[in-house]
Design a binder for this molecule. Sequence first.
Ligand code: GRF
Length: 202
Amino acid sequence: KNLVVLISGSGRNLQALIEHCAAGHIPARIAAVVSNKAEAYGLERARRAGIATEVVPHGDYPSREAFDAALAAAIDRHAPDLLAMAGFMRILTPGFTRRYLGRALNIHPSLLPRHPGLKTHAAALAAGDAEHGASVHFVTEALDGGPLVLQGAFTVAPEDSAESLAERVMNEVELKIYPQALAWLARGDLQLRGDLAWLQGA
Ligand code: GRF
């Protein structure tokens, strides 16, 4: 299976996916890494792993629709079976999400449906949440609102800050749950059926 990964930043989740694909834990090859930012460090990680890269700078396009059309063209050059958003920080149009429906996952740094959008760690602190974590969901046109696949949680400590929560979400949760969810999807054990994520016993 061909996996295309979308990034905007440092690419720590991408790095985990590279390693899990190389080790055979995710039965897929990363066909390309696509970024909306030329300076994203994740592109360097991709090059080092010998993976094709594409940059589609969102500022070059007059509308979300035009950007999404260029993004889809860059993705489709690599014949994707699966799409993984890994710290990809653009809102996608319904036309784009429909094109990859059932084949695209996103990881979001909160326990959805709590704290969609940005600044999730500060939001969890401000709300006094006892637990925080991350969620993997199918990508639909609902922003951070597609059917949930897998979540990981931990107890917020009294001394936690937004910065420490960001680190804990990445290290204790995201780097574990995203490779797992993509392994299920690549194996065909995970499917989107209507509004529900279905997981079959492997
Ligand atoms: C992750 O916390 C992801 O959930 C969020 O942005 C961060 C991306 O980090 N949306 P990286 O680019 O994978 O290092």
